[in-house]
Design a protein around this ligand. Sequence first.
Ligand SMILES: *[C@@H]1O[C@H](CO)[C@@H](O)[C@H](O)[C@H]1NC(C)=O
Ligand SMILES: *[C@@H]1O[C@H](CO)[C@@H](O)[C@H](O)[C@H]1NC(C)=O
Ligand SMILES: *[C@@H]1O[C@H](CO)[C@@H](O)[C@H](O)[C@H]1NC(C)=O
Ligand SMILES: *[C@@H]1O[C@H](CO)[C@@H](O)[C@H](O)[C@H]1NC(C)=O
Length: 453
Amino acid sequence: METKKTKKTKKKASFHAEMKLFHTKNNNSRYKCFKHAIILSISLYFLSSFIITRHKPSTISTTTISRSKPSLALMAENRLDSSALDFKFNGMRIYVYDLPAKFNRDWLRRSGGERCSSHLFAAEVAIHRALMSCEARTLEPRQADFFFVPVYVSCNFSEVNGFPAIGHARSLIAAAIEHVSSQFPFWNRSRGSDHVFIASHDFGSCFHTMEDRAKSEGVPEILRNSIILQTFGVKGEHPCQEVEHVVVPPYISAESVDATLKSSPVNGRRDIFAFFRGKMEVHPKNVSGRFYSKRVRTAILRRYGNDGRFYLRRHRFAGYQSEIARAKFCLCPLGWAPWSPRLVESVALGCVPVIIADGIRLPFPDAVRWADISLTVAEADVDKLGGMLEHVAATNLTAIQRNLWDPRVRKALLFGDTVEEGDATWQVLVALSRKLDRSHKWSRQELLRWKKT
Ligand SMILES: *[C@@H]1O[C@H](CO)[C@@H](O)[C@H](O)[C@H]1NC(C)=O
Ligand SMILES: *[C@@H]1O[C@H](CO)[C@@H](O)[C@H](O)[C@H]1NC(C)=O
Ligand SMILES: *[C@@H]1O[C@H](CO)[C@@H](O)[C@H](O)[C@H]1NC(C)=O
Ligand SMILES: *[C@@H]1O[C@H](CO)[C@@H](O)[C@H](O)[C@H]1NC(C)=O
């Protein structure tokens, strides 16, 4: 127990050192953190050169690598990968491009920069951070299966309404691809198919907030071969998912959830029957033929606005998480897009999510058995919501709450600063490790040939 704790503290300390460096201008200094890895690689390098020149592989078989018959090729591979013995994620390795600051770090330094790493689209920052210190990362691109391109597109907050303006997203990503494809050989080698991007806003890889525009423009041509981690997901076909992709949860700060849990009687009484706080238009506006939430939120307000069982609020309130922690059922109706940060907040705070978004595809279905922890109500059935929830409350609510309270479920939907077993970035790595058929990593022969030159 003691050693585990010390290890954790150490890990945290080195992570903080790393993050600090991550934010400094001098990118080279970041590599100091990997000094031990580099030293190990260098010693293995000398060792393998020694073996190759002397042709005496038997001398090292017991001392260095605990394999019964080490081949030259394996030795060469070990020179490049100090942790080749680690078979987690099927041995997958990810290279994180060190892009110029304008693509990522600069956004954190602007005014409102903190919001960039904490708002609901912040998975683009969180995954990048976690990958920087994760075991699957390699500093040697020649041995990477995947290439992560860290571009923050959701951090250009509008001065008018505070929402992220993502009009620049396509050009920013195109510029990043131009950069990596001219500086490195890997983009051209695979035409981008082993490159990974994040699209964490409303319509994911379409980079538009309005569905009609998103659909008509589709996934940018330049990204169509790549892998996109996106919050958007629906069953069936949709132009915004015509690309290899993984559905990821929206970002909710684990610290904020922990703080709410600490100050709430979570396992105590939940005095709110059904909760929703957020935009509900009384007279929905017709925005070029579309209505916010397909008017579902308006229907809920009309039908249940004066119903004592329903706690519905239209205005922002900073302490809304404490309301979620007091509620039995939390309504998660669609907005412009089907997904909502409420899904994650409800799960994390033990309130049964009531998903009202026809055809939505939810994140990490292998890790989170959504059918056991949530309810799904068709958009057309919101008028019957009261009766449906009463029925569940009288029959299986306790069972659902028990499933929901499984710590593994909560963990899978939250991103941490480092990758921890079972957390959201971990789930991303699991999903990527199932796509290793896209890897263009060099064969051992190619590695050896490269090593000789
Ligand atoms: C941020 O968004 C605004 C409004 O869409 C745009 O005019 C501006 O060029 C964007 N900034 C950058 C740095 O792309
Ligand atoms: C990749 O291809 C582009 C377009 O053909 C070319 O401009 C670029 O120089 C190539 N990159 C490398 C590293 O060779
Ligand atoms: C919404 O506006 C569009 C024009 O932008 C119009 O064609 C459509 O009939 C309107 N729909 C409703 C229900 O008012
Ligand atoms: C709870 O009951 C509802 C309504 O009868 C049903 O749809 C749902 O699948 C049940 N959930 C679980 C976890 O038993």
